[in-house]
Design a binder for this molecule. Structure first.
Ligand code: SAH
Length: 359
Protein backbone atom coordinates (compact mmCIF):
# COMPACT_ATOMS: atom_id res chain seq x y z
CA UNK A 1 0.00 0.00 0.00
CA UNK A 2 1.47 3.26 -1.09
CA UNK A 3 0.77 5.34 1.97
CA UNK A 4 2.63 3.11 4.41
CA UNK A 5 5.85 4.65 5.66
CA UNK A 6 8.74 2.59 7.00
CA UNK A 7 8.64 1.76 10.69
CA UNK A 8 11.68 3.19 12.38
CA UNK A 9 13.61 0.90 14.71
CA UNK A 10 15.37 3.74 16.59
CA UNK A 11 14.10 4.58 20.04
CA UNK A 12 11.25 7.07 20.26
CA UNK A 13 12.47 9.79 22.59
CA UNK A 14 8.89 10.63 23.49
CA UNK A 15 8.47 7.25 25.13
CA UNK A 16 11.03 8.37 27.76
CA UNK A 17 10.18 10.17 30.98
CA UNK A 18 12.02 13.35 31.89
CA UNK A 19 14.15 11.39 34.35
CA UNK A 20 15.12 8.91 31.66
CA UNK A 21 16.10 11.75 29.32
CA UNK A 22 18.17 13.19 32.16
CA UNK A 23 19.95 9.86 32.62
CA UNK A 24 20.67 9.77 28.91
CA UNK A 25 22.28 13.23 28.97
CA UNK A 26 24.35 12.32 32.00
CA UNK A 27 25.52 9.19 30.23
CA UNK A 28 26.89 11.27 27.35
CA UNK A 29 28.47 13.86 29.67
CA UNK A 30 25.89 16.62 29.19
CA UNK A 31 24.38 18.67 32.02
CA UNK A 32 21.04 17.67 33.50
CA UNK A 33 19.21 20.81 32.40
CA UNK A 34 19.39 19.64 28.81
CA UNK A 35 16.63 17.20 29.74
CA UNK A 36 14.35 20.08 30.72
CA UNK A 37 15.09 21.87 27.44
CA UNK A 38 14.41 18.80 25.34
CA UNK A 39 11.34 17.85 27.31
CA UNK A 40 9.88 21.32 26.75
CA UNK A 41 10.57 21.11 23.04
CA UNK A 42 8.88 17.76 22.83
CA UNK A 43 5.83 18.34 24.96
CA UNK A 44 5.14 22.07 25.15
CA UNK A 45 6.42 23.33 21.85
CA UNK A 46 5.43 20.21 19.92
CA UNK A 47 8.77 19.83 18.12
CA UNK A 48 8.71 17.18 15.44
CA UNK A 49 12.36 17.42 14.46
CA UNK A 50 15.56 17.75 16.50
CA UNK A 51 16.62 20.62 14.21
CA UNK A 52 13.93 22.77 15.78
CA UNK A 53 15.72 22.58 19.15
CA UNK A 54 17.70 25.72 18.55
CA UNK A 55 19.02 26.13 22.08
CA UNK A 56 21.04 22.91 21.65
CA UNK A 57 24.34 22.92 19.79
CA UNK A 58 24.37 21.55 16.27
CA UNK A 59 26.54 18.61 17.32
CA UNK A 60 24.20 17.72 20.17
CA UNK A 61 21.24 17.79 17.79
CA UNK A 62 23.14 15.43 15.48
CA UNK A 63 23.88 13.09 18.38
CA UNK A 64 20.19 13.04 19.33
CA UNK A 65 19.26 12.23 15.74
CA UNK A 66 21.61 9.26 15.81
CA UNK A 67 20.15 7.90 19.04
CA UNK A 68 16.46 8.68 18.74
CA UNK A 69 13.50 9.41 16.53
CA UNK A 70 10.52 11.62 17.26
CA UNK A 71 7.45 9.59 16.30
CA UNK A 72 5.04 12.41 15.74
CA UNK A 73 1.65 12.13 14.14
CA UNK A 74 1.06 13.91 10.83
CA UNK A 75 -2.24 15.49 9.86
CA UNK A 76 -2.62 14.04 6.37
CA UNK A 77 -5.87 15.56 5.39
CA UNK A 78 -8.04 18.25 6.91
CA UNK A 79 -11.70 18.70 5.97
CA UNK A 80 -13.90 21.61 7.01
CA UNK A 81 -17.64 21.35 7.43
CA UNK A 82 -20.03 24.13 6.52
CA UNK A 83 -20.77 24.46 10.25
CA UNK A 84 -17.09 25.09 11.05
CA UNK A 85 -16.29 21.58 12.29
CA UNK A 86 -12.86 20.34 11.21
CA UNK A 87 -11.95 16.69 10.73
CA UNK A 88 -8.33 15.57 10.68
CA UNK A 89 -7.14 12.32 9.17
CA UNK A 90 -4.07 11.63 11.22
CA UNK A 91 -1.26 9.39 10.05
CA UNK A 92 0.69 7.49 12.69
CA UNK A 93 4.35 6.50 12.55
CA UNK A 94 3.50 3.08 11.09
CA UNK A 95 1.21 4.41 8.38
CA UNK A 96 -2.07 3.62 10.13
CA UNK A 97 -4.69 6.34 10.22
CA UNK A 98 -7.15 7.64 12.82
CA UNK A 99 -9.50 10.60 12.76
CA UNK A 100 -10.03 13.44 15.21
CA UNK A 101 -12.49 16.31 15.13
CA UNK A 102 -12.56 19.96 16.21
CA UNK A 103 -16.05 21.13 17.14
CA UNK A 104 -16.52 24.89 17.54
CA UNK A 105 -19.45 26.49 19.37
CA UNK A 106 -19.97 30.05 20.59
CA UNK A 107 -18.25 29.50 23.89
CA UNK A 108 -16.26 26.31 23.45
CA UNK A 109 -13.85 24.56 21.19
CA UNK A 110 -13.96 20.81 21.72
CA UNK A 111 -11.51 18.19 20.49
CA UNK A 112 -13.01 14.77 19.84
CA UNK A 113 -10.12 12.33 19.78
CA UNK A 114 -9.48 8.67 19.06
CA UNK A 115 -8.01 6.14 21.47
CA UNK A 116 -7.59 3.10 19.18
CA UNK A 117 -7.02 2.43 15.50
CA UNK A 118 -10.37 0.91 14.53
CA UNK A 119 -12.55 -0.64 17.20
CA UNK A 120 -13.16 -4.15 18.50
CA UNK A 121 -16.74 -3.42 19.58
CA UNK A 122 -19.65 -4.09 17.29
CA UNK A 123 -22.29 -1.50 18.04
CA UNK A 124 -24.59 -2.01 15.07
CA UNK A 125 -25.22 1.67 14.44
CA UNK A 126 -21.60 2.85 14.37
CA UNK A 127 -19.35 3.17 11.30
CA UNK A 128 -16.14 2.76 13.29
CA UNK A 129 -17.35 -0.65 14.45
CA UNK A 130 -16.97 -1.88 10.87
CA UNK A 131 -13.21 -1.45 11.06
CA UNK A 132 -11.01 -4.06 12.60
CA UNK A 133 -9.20 -2.95 15.70
CA UNK A 134 -5.60 -2.67 14.51
CA UNK A 135 -3.89 -1.46 17.65
CA UNK A 136 -4.07 0.82 20.66
CA UNK A 137 -2.79 4.36 20.35
CA UNK A 138 0.27 5.29 22.40
CA UNK A 139 -0.05 8.08 24.95
CA UNK A 140 1.87 10.47 22.71
CA UNK A 141 -0.36 9.69 19.71
CA UNK A 142 -3.39 10.62 21.80
CA UNK A 143 -1.64 13.72 23.09
CA UNK A 144 -0.59 14.78 19.59
CA UNK A 145 -4.18 14.74 18.33
CA UNK A 146 -5.00 17.27 21.04
CA UNK A 147 -2.02 19.46 20.14
CA UNK A 148 -2.99 19.39 16.44
CA UNK A 149 -6.51 20.52 17.29
CA UNK A 150 -5.26 23.13 19.71
CA UNK A 151 -3.13 24.61 16.94
CA UNK A 152 -6.10 24.60 14.56
CA UNK A 153 -8.28 26.26 17.21
CA UNK A 154 -5.77 29.10 17.47
CA UNK A 155 -5.14 29.47 13.76
CA UNK A 156 -8.70 29.11 12.43
CA UNK A 157 -10.72 30.54 15.30
CA UNK A 158 -8.22 32.63 17.30
CA UNK A 159 -9.43 30.89 20.44
CA UNK A 160 -7.93 28.22 22.68
CA UNK A 161 -9.11 24.65 22.89
CA UNK A 162 -11.45 24.38 25.88
CA UNK A 163 -12.67 20.76 26.08
CA UNK A 164 -11.62 17.26 25.13
CA UNK A 165 -13.89 14.27 24.62
CA UNK A 166 -12.69 10.71 24.04
CA UNK A 167 -15.48 10.08 21.58
CA UNK A 168 -13.51 9.39 18.44
CA UNK A 169 -12.52 5.94 17.26
CA UNK A 170 -12.06 3.11 19.69
CA UNK A 171 -12.99 2.27 23.25
CA UNK A 172 -10.87 4.29 25.69
CA UNK A 173 -11.32 1.82 28.56
CA UNK A 174 -9.88 -0.95 26.37
CA UNK A 175 -6.73 1.16 26.08
CA UNK A 176 -6.84 2.09 29.72
CA UNK A 177 -3.20 2.69 30.65
CA UNK A 178 -2.37 4.74 27.57
CA UNK A 179 -5.50 6.89 27.90
CA UNK A 180 -4.69 7.61 31.55
CA UNK A 181 -1.06 8.39 30.68
CA UNK A 182 -2.18 10.75 27.91
CA UNK A 183 -4.61 12.55 30.22
CA UNK A 184 -1.85 12.94 32.80
CA UNK A 185 0.33 14.60 30.20
CA UNK A 186 -2.50 16.76 28.84
CA UNK A 187 -3.31 18.02 32.33
CA UNK A 188 0.21 18.33 33.76
CA UNK A 189 1.91 21.74 33.80
CA UNK A 190 4.76 20.15 31.84
CA UNK A 191 2.29 19.23 29.12
CA UNK A 192 -0.72 21.33 28.14
CA UNK A 193 -1.85 22.21 31.67
CA UNK A 194 -5.53 21.66 30.82
CA UNK A 195 -8.08 21.21 33.57
CA UNK A 196 -9.20 17.57 33.90
CA UNK A 197 -12.74 18.85 34.50
CA UNK A 198 -12.82 19.75 30.83
CA UNK A 199 -12.04 16.21 29.72
CA UNK A 200 -14.69 13.51 29.22
CA UNK A 201 -13.93 9.85 28.67
CA UNK A 202 -16.77 8.04 26.93
CA UNK A 203 -17.26 4.30 27.34
CA UNK A 204 -19.50 1.72 25.74
CA UNK A 205 -20.07 0.47 29.30
CA UNK A 206 -17.46 -1.91 30.69
CA UNK A 207 -18.61 -2.22 34.26
CA UNK A 208 -15.37 -3.61 35.71
CA UNK A 209 -13.29 -0.91 34.08
CA UNK A 210 -15.64 1.85 35.28
CA UNK A 211 -15.05 0.61 38.83
CA UNK A 212 -11.31 0.38 38.32
CA UNK A 213 -11.26 3.92 36.99
CA UNK A 214 -13.35 5.20 39.90
CA UNK A 215 -10.77 3.77 42.30
CA UNK A 216 -8.06 5.97 40.81
CA UNK A 217 -9.63 9.21 42.00
CA UNK A 218 -10.04 10.61 38.50
CA UNK A 219 -10.77 14.30 38.10
CA UNK A 220 -12.12 14.00 34.57
CA UNK A 221 -15.70 13.18 33.63
CA UNK A 222 -17.28 9.96 32.47
CA UNK A 223 -19.87 9.44 29.75
CA UNK A 224 -21.69 6.16 29.13
CA UNK A 225 -23.11 5.29 25.72
CA UNK A 226 -26.28 3.72 27.04
CA UNK A 227 -28.81 4.03 24.18
CA UNK A 228 -31.17 1.63 25.95
CA UNK A 229 -31.79 0.72 29.57
CA UNK A 230 -33.47 -2.56 28.60
CA UNK A 231 -31.25 -5.61 28.25
CA UNK A 232 -33.44 -7.15 25.56
CA UNK A 233 -32.95 -4.08 23.38
CA UNK A 234 -29.35 -3.25 24.30
CA UNK A 235 -28.20 -6.84 23.75
CA UNK A 236 -29.37 -6.60 20.16
CA UNK A 237 -27.80 -3.27 19.25
CA UNK A 238 -24.64 -3.39 21.37
CA UNK A 239 -23.36 -6.92 21.91
CA UNK A 240 -21.09 -5.73 24.72
CA UNK A 241 -24.25 -5.65 26.83
CA UNK A 242 -24.33 -9.45 26.95
CA UNK A 243 -21.39 -9.34 29.34
CA UNK A 244 -22.20 -5.95 30.84
CA UNK A 245 -25.93 -5.98 31.50
CA UNK A 246 -27.81 -2.88 32.58
CA UNK A 247 -27.94 -3.90 36.28
CA UNK A 248 -24.13 -4.13 36.35
CA UNK A 249 -23.84 -0.75 34.66
CA UNK A 250 -26.12 0.77 37.29
CA UNK A 251 -23.91 -0.70 40.04
CA UNK A 252 -20.75 0.55 38.36
CA UNK A 253 -22.16 4.04 37.83
CA UNK A 254 -23.33 4.21 41.44
CA UNK A 255 -19.82 3.27 42.49
CA UNK A 256 -18.39 5.93 40.18
CA UNK A 257 -20.62 8.58 41.74
CA UNK A 258 -19.80 7.49 45.33
CA UNK A 259 -16.10 7.77 44.60
CA UNK A 260 -15.98 10.85 42.40
CA UNK A 261 -19.15 12.80 43.23
CA UNK A 262 -19.36 13.48 39.52
CA UNK A 263 -22.51 12.67 37.56
CA UNK A 264 -22.19 10.27 34.66
CA UNK A 265 -23.42 11.66 31.34
CA UNK A 266 -25.58 9.18 29.46
CA UNK A 267 -25.40 9.31 25.68
CA UNK A 268 -28.63 8.23 24.14
CA UNK A 269 -29.90 8.10 20.57
CA UNK A 270 -33.63 7.53 20.02
CA UNK A 271 -34.34 5.30 17.02
CA UNK A 272 -37.67 4.65 15.37
CA UNK A 273 -39.19 1.31 16.43
CA UNK A 274 -36.10 0.39 18.39
CA UNK A 275 -36.18 2.41 21.60
CA UNK A 276 -38.96 4.98 21.12
CA UNK A 277 -41.72 3.33 23.18
CA UNK A 278 -43.15 4.17 26.61
CA UNK A 279 -41.47 1.08 27.96
CA UNK A 280 -38.08 2.31 26.78
CA UNK A 281 -38.62 5.65 28.46
CA UNK A 282 -39.69 3.95 31.69
CA UNK A 283 -36.54 1.83 31.72
CA UNK A 284 -34.35 4.91 31.35
CA UNK A 285 -36.23 6.69 34.13
CA UNK A 286 -35.62 3.69 36.37
CA UNK A 287 -31.90 3.90 35.54
CA UNK A 288 -31.74 7.62 36.25
CA UNK A 289 -33.58 7.29 39.55
CA UNK A 290 -30.85 4.97 40.77
CA UNK A 291 -27.81 6.86 39.49
CA UNK A 292 -27.14 10.62 39.45
CA UNK A 293 -26.84 11.35 35.75
CA UNK A 294 -27.25 13.90 33.02
CA UNK A 295 -28.65 12.74 29.71
CA UNK A 296 -27.58 13.86 26.26
CA UNK A 297 -30.19 12.92 23.68
CA UNK A 298 -28.03 12.84 20.59
CA UNK A 299 -29.10 12.93 17.00
CA UNK A 300 -28.56 9.80 14.93
CA UNK A 301 -26.05 10.12 12.12
CA UNK A 302 -27.02 7.65 9.43
CA UNK A 303 -24.31 5.31 8.26
CA UNK A 304 -26.06 4.29 5.09
CA UNK A 305 -27.66 0.98 6.00
CA UNK A 306 -31.23 2.14 6.65
CA UNK A 307 -31.82 -0.21 9.61
CA UNK A 308 -31.47 2.52 12.17
CA UNK A 309 -33.52 5.65 11.69
CA UNK A 310 -33.77 8.73 13.82
CA UNK A 311 -37.04 8.69 15.76
CA UNK A 312 -39.52 11.53 15.34
CA UNK A 313 -38.75 14.66 17.26
CA UNK A 314 -41.86 14.06 19.37
CA UNK A 315 -40.36 10.82 20.67
CA UNK A 316 -37.14 12.56 21.62
CA UNK A 317 -39.12 15.30 23.34
CA UNK A 318 -41.14 12.69 25.23
CA UNK A 319 -37.86 11.38 26.65
CA UNK A 320 -36.76 14.87 27.58
CA UNK A 321 -39.99 15.78 29.33
CA UNK A 322 -40.12 12.51 31.26
CA UNK A 323 -36.52 12.94 32.41
CA UNK A 324 -37.10 16.54 33.42
CA UNK A 325 -40.07 15.45 35.52
CA UNK A 326 -37.84 13.28 37.68
CA UNK A 327 -35.28 16.09 37.96
CA UNK A 328 -32.72 14.74 35.48
CA UNK A 329 -31.18 17.30 33.15
CA UNK A 330 -31.74 16.13 29.58
CA UNK A 331 -30.35 18.02 26.62
CA UNK A 332 -31.23 17.45 22.98
CA UNK A 333 -28.03 17.70 20.97
CA UNK A 334 -27.74 18.42 17.31
CA UNK A 335 -25.00 16.78 15.27
CA UNK A 336 -22.02 18.70 14.00
CA UNK A 337 -19.92 18.06 10.94
CA UNK A 338 -22.34 15.63 9.29
CA UNK A 339 -21.49 16.80 5.76
CA UNK A 340 -17.88 15.66 6.19
CA UNK A 341 -18.68 12.45 8.12
CA UNK A 342 -17.24 13.94 11.28
CA UNK A 343 -20.27 13.40 13.51
CA UNK A 344 -20.56 10.76 16.26
CA UNK A 345 -20.31 7.26 14.88
CA UNK A 346 -19.44 8.43 11.38
CA UNK A 347 -15.67 8.40 11.74
CA UNK A 348 -14.17 6.09 9.16
CA UNK A 349 -17.36 6.12 7.17
CA UNK A 350 -15.86 7.37 3.95
CA UNK A 351 -12.16 7.54 4.57
CA UNK A 352 -10.42 5.74 1.71
CA UNK A 353 -7.17 5.28 3.64
CA UNK A 354 -9.05 3.53 6.41
CA UNK A 355 -10.86 1.33 3.93
CA UNK A 356 -7.52 0.30 2.44
CA UNK A 357 -6.23 -0.47 5.88
CA UNK A 358 -8.96 -3.02 6.36
CA UNK A 359 -8.94 -4.60 2.95
N1 SAH B 1 -16.35 3.51 22.50
C1 SAH B 1 -16.73 4.68 23.22
C2 SAH B 1 -16.27 5.93 22.52
C3 SAH B 1 -16.97 6.22 21.21
S1 SAH B 1 -17.88 7.64 21.46
C4 SAH B 1 -18.21 4.70 23.47
O1 SAH B 1 -18.89 3.79 22.98
O2 SAH B 1 -18.69 5.53 24.21
C5 SAH B 1 -18.92 7.73 20.11
C6 SAH B 1 -20.34 8.01 20.56
O3 SAH B 1 -21.16 8.13 19.41
C7 SAH B 1 -20.91 6.89 21.40
O4 SAH B 1 -21.84 7.39 22.31
C8 SAH B 1 -21.63 6.09 20.34
O5 SAH B 1 -22.59 5.23 20.90
C9 SAH B 1 -22.21 7.18 19.49
N2 SAH B 1 -22.53 6.76 18.13
C10 SAH B 1 -22.01 5.74 17.43
N3 SAH B 1 -22.56 5.69 16.20
C11 SAH B 1 -23.43 6.71 16.13
C12 SAH B 1 -24.27 7.21 15.10
N4 SAH B 1 -24.30 6.63 13.92
N5 SAH B 1 -25.03 8.30 15.37
C13 SAH B 1 -24.98 8.90 16.57
N6 SAH B 1 -24.18 8.48 17.57
C14 SAH B 1 -23.42 7.40 17.35
Amino acid sequence: MSYLCPVSTARDIRALSRDQIQEYFQSIGEPKFRAIQVYEWLWQKGAIDFNQMTNLSLSLREKLKEDFVINHIRVDEMQRSEDGTIKNAVQLYDGLVVESVLIPTDNRITACISSQVGCSLDCNFCATARLKRMRNLNPDEIYDQVVAIQNEAESFFGRPLTNIVFMGMGEPLMNYNNVIAAIEKITSPEGLGMSPRRITVSTVGLSKMIRKLADEDPKFKLALSLHSARDEVRNKIMSINLKNPVADLIDACQYWYEKTKSKVTLEYVVWRDINDSEEDIKALLKFCKQVPTKVNLIEYNPIDDGIFQQADFAAVEAYQLALQKIGTVATIRRSRGKDIDAACGQLANKNELLKDMNS
